[in-house]
Ligand binder design. Structure first.
Ligand code: TYD
Ligand code: MG
Length: 463
């Protein structure tokens, strides 16, 4: 039988085909399948006699060497998202839209690390002078970072794999790197996969922390195969709305720390500045006494975060009214609207619904349901919500309001920012001290808040 030397791989999901097709059957994407050289074909079956036996150790055995200490940068937002610093020998993937600030952040990280350790910054996208220019703008041009412009993985490995190699290496970006034993162009699935594999191997062998930059496709997933996410230890996404100066660094996978942790940065003319009190910033431009605005006491990772949710319910001439959402999940809004219609008899047919999370933040928590419902009801009844009121709680399909995690953290942050009234799910268990400071409205079912708005009486919105 003739040896198969090429295969056809979907660049979106990594599915393999034996012949070309216009549409990937696995992810339904069009024009994503390209011809690539097949990786080394596996022998038909492995002979167990040719292998070497692995020596097993017992889990209860004491480890001989102490766990390596993490490398901390002075950028506390970055350290927290990584779980308290970079673990030696770990590989971290930073994904994000083009121009969101990945190279800027990592150059700042490189400069911070170079104060305590040896850091190499390898750019495949920019020339050395461009990196220097950026460093000057960031005010870090006197940091002793080793710069290089290279895209050949073989050369990079040779520079990392020796005794006085760096402690941390930054690869910007994996889509420009190539392994010269493969014919496919840089950025294809097999090149990205092979380059990452080689880098991960050297990281584990030498105990180097490697930070890899990865680009993101239009639909927001890391370009190239998802396998890249499985291969690395930590995956961080750098996200933010172009029109806003806030940037959020979010951990979506972390073998050495908590996930869903976020770090908040602000893009200024001198690079990224940490935002240590993001709630105050996200609430900075609130307008008093407008209907449809509601403050949600959220939690991102371990950190409480207050944001304003804005809703506008407007009459519509369209046969299918518009549902436009920025910063929240489309399906969850449909669910909240359906619950309000079915359980409370509120009719959204013939009305456009616009929902916006102020400040360009994306919320993933179901705990925002109650705040969204309140913002919708407030807009619909043209009743402003009192300025010092926060909401949180998850809404179930029967309309019941469910408990959410980390209520104390939400309450404490709200209190710190001057809020004095809270609409929340009924408390179970012991009452916490954090509640003493609040007028607390326990909402058992959404119709409880619907009644408050329908009466069109502002007084009723206070406990
Ligand atoms: P960059 O780090 O090049 O993005 P990425 O590597 O993710 O593609 O960020 C470039 C953007 O950041 C660019 O639009 C300009 C802006 N920027 C500032 O606003 N201030 C600065 O100090 C720097 C260096 C960049
Ligand atoms: Mg870049």
């Amino acid at each position: 039988m003739a040896k198969k030397t090429v295969e056809y791989i979907c660049q979106g999901c990594g599915a393999c085909y034996s012949k070309w097709a216009g549409k990937c059957e696995s992810c339904q994407a069009w024009n994503t399948i390209t011809e690539e050289q097949s990786p080394d074909l596996l022998p038909k079956s492995l002979n167990s006699r040719t292998g070497r036996q692995i020596s097993f150790v017992n889990l209860t055995d004491k480890s001989t060497d102490t766990p390596p200490s993490r490398m901390v940068t002075e950028i506390s937002e970055f350290d927290r998202v990584c779980g308290g610093g970079l673990v030696p020998g770990s590989v971290l993937l930073v994904g994000g839209d083009p121009g969101i600030g990945k190279s800027t952040l990592l150059l700042q990280v490189a400069a911070a690390i170079s104060k305590t350790g040896k850091c190499a910054y390898i750019s495949g996208e920019e020339a050395i002078d461009q990196v220097r220019l950026r460093a000057k703008r960031l005010g870090v041009n006197d940091a002793s970072v080793d710069l290089a412009a290279s895209t050949n993985v073989r050369d990079i490995l040779a520079s990392l794999d020796h005794n006085d190699g760096p402690d941390v290496a930054i690869i910007d970006s994996i889509q420009t790197m190539y392994v010269d034993t493969m014919e496919s162009t840089p950025g294809t699935v097999s090149q990205v996969r092979a380059s990452a594999q080689e880098l991960i191997r050297v990281a584990k062998r030498r105990g180097i922390s490697i930070i890899i930059v990865g680009h993101v496709t239009k639909d927001g997933t890391l370009a190239g195969p998802r396998v890249l996410e499985h291969m690395v230890d930590t995956v961080l996404y750098f996200e933010g709305e172009r029109g806003h100066q806030f940037r959020i660094l979010r951990s979506v996978k972390n073998r050495f720390g908590a996930t869903d942790e976020i770090g908040v940065f602000e893009m200024t003319d001198k690079g990224l500045q940490e935002v240590l009190n993001p709630s105050a910033l996200f609430l900075a431009n609130r307008q008093g006494n407008v209907s449809g605005a509601c403050v949600f006491a959220g939690v991102e990772g371990t950190r409480p975060l207050l944001v304003e949710i804005q809703a506008l319910v407007a009459p519509s001439n369209l046969a299918t009214p518009r549902r436009a959402i920025v910063g929240w999940d489309h399906n969850r809004l449909s669910m909240v609207l359906a619950v309000l219609e079915a359980r409370c008899g509120i009719n959204f047919a013939g009305r456009d619904v616009y929902l916006n999370v102020a400040g360009g933040l994306k919320i993933h928590e179901p705990a925002a349901d109650l705040a969204v419902a309140a913002a919708l009801l407030s807009s619909m009844s043209n009743t402003p919500i009192p300025h010092d009121t926060v909401f949180f709680g998850e809404i179930g399909l029967s309309g019941e309001v469910r408990n959410v995690s980390q209520q104390d953290a939400r309450l404490k942050e709200s209190h710190k920012l001057g809020f004095r009234q809270v609409f929340m799910p009924p408390r179970t268990g012991t009452k916490s001290n954090a509640l003493n400071e609040f007028d607390c409205v326990e909402v058992e079912h959404v119709h409880n808040i619907v009644e408050k708005f329908q009466s069109n009486d502002r007084e009723k919105l206070t406990a």
